[in-house]
Design a protein around this ligand. Structure first.
Ligand SMILES: Cc1cc2nc3c(=O)[nH]c(=O)nc-3n(C[C@H](O)[C@H](O)[C@H](O)COP(=O)(O)O)c2cc1C
Length: 337
């Protein structure tokens, strides 16, 4: 940029270009993170169900710059999902009831994993089932795949054997499915917690006790929307999972509480659309984050979030891990009004 007439150059106040750089100017922040022995080049991952199997986005963003891709939930057998309408936009969020549509574990290995294996981004496979045996069977099939770095157990599923009781709402069922999955798994197990509970620390502790290598939280909140003219539900399934910016404050609170309750690493999820959003989760106790709903309207978000975290660390002269859980407590938490 050329200076206009009358603009004075600030001579003498700036250090000469040959002056040695200060420690702050040369500081190179480390934003890589290792979880359960797996190194991620940066702490930003795409959330399951919002980024397909990765390849769908190959022409849209540089996948090699992602910390990890968490693929759509995989079950032992393929699933068709729910009939439409299964997505509805809400204020600051969206409702979805896709119904866990997926290609099944065998086709995932032959059709999807070969591409994911070519990437520098780590590959996390989200796994679900309707009985503990389902989870184990799915993991046993996936164990045969090279290029998987970790499993993420989606425990927001009803256990059909226990009258539809949702795994992630019950610490005893959580412990059962995590212990069995961990025993079967060839790769580290991240347990993805359901937020539809009174006390998130109960299922967090149960997962840790059962051998989970890490936790990711949160999954979607059960919600509903009604078309008043038609007097009908907006989603064919009636209830659906709420995600997006609307859930972020609740998710941050849950990460904060979980960080106080367990020792294993935490991956924060819920309404992240900017580096500042991600940093809220990190300061609350997460060492990595996932971006979900934002991928639908701004697929470059995960890359922007990673760049923003690096820029923040440089500006503050800190490495990422120095920020984890480092929220300054102004006063004891408790009273909200
Ligand atoms: C359309 C859609 C599909 C999803 N599918 C899955 C899934 O298969 N497995 C899973 O564990 N979570 C699934 N999720 C939950 C997300 O991974 C994430 O936990 C949640 O959306 C909150 O993050 P966000 O607010 O950034 O979207 C899905 C979310 C959406 C919006």
């Amino acid at each position: 940029m050329t200076k206009g007439k009358g603009q004075k150059a600030k001579v003498g106040r700036r250090r000469g270009s040959n002056a040695p750089k200060t420690a702050k100017e040369t500081f190179e922040p480390q934003i890589d993170v290792t979880i359960a022995g797996v190194r991620f080049a940066n702490p930003v991952m795409t959330a399951s169900g919002t980024f397909g199997y990765g390849q769908e986005y190959a022409k849209v963003i540089d996948l090699n710059r992602l910390g990890a891709i968490c693929v759509k939930g995989i079950s032992a057998e393929p699933m068709a999902g729910n009939p439409p309408p299964r997505i509805y936009e809400t204020d600051s969020g969206m409702l979805n009831a896709i119904g866990l549509q997926n290609v099944g574990a065998k086709r995932f290995l032959t059709e999807k994993l070969p591409f994911l294996r070519t990437l520098q981004a780590r590959c996390i496979v989200n796994v679900f089932g309707y009985s503990t045996e389902d989870y184990v069977r799915c993991i046993e099939i996936l164990n045969g795949g090279d290029g998987i770095h970790a499993y993420e157990l989606n425990i927001s599923c009803p256990n059909t054997r226990c009258g539809g009781m949702v795994y992630g709402n019950d610490p005893r069922l959580t412990e059962e499915v995590v212990a069995a999955s961990k025993k079967a798994a060839r790769f580290p197990v991240i347990v993805k917690l359901s937020p539809n509970v009174t006390d998130i620390t109960a299922t967090a502790r149960a997962s840790e006790a059962a051998g989970a290598d890490a936790l990711s939280l949160v999954n979607t909140f059960v919600g509903m929307a009604i078309d008043v003219e038609a007097q009908a539900p907006r989603i064919s399934n009636l209830t659906a999972g709420l995600s997006g910016p609307a859930i972020k404050p609740v998710a941050v609170r849950m990460v904060y509480q979980t960080y106080q309750a367990v020792k294993i690493p935490i991956i924060g999820i819920g309404g992240i659309a900017s580096a500042a959003d991600a940093l809220e989760f990190i300061l609350a106790g997460a060492c990595a984050v996932q971006v979900g709903t934002a991928n639908f309207y701004a697929p470059e978000t995960p890359l922007r979030v990673a760049e923003g975290i690096e820029e923040y660390c440089r500006r503050k002269s800190v490495h990422l891990l120095q920020l984890v859980g480092k929220i300054h407590q102004v006063k004891a938490a408790g009273e909200t009004h």
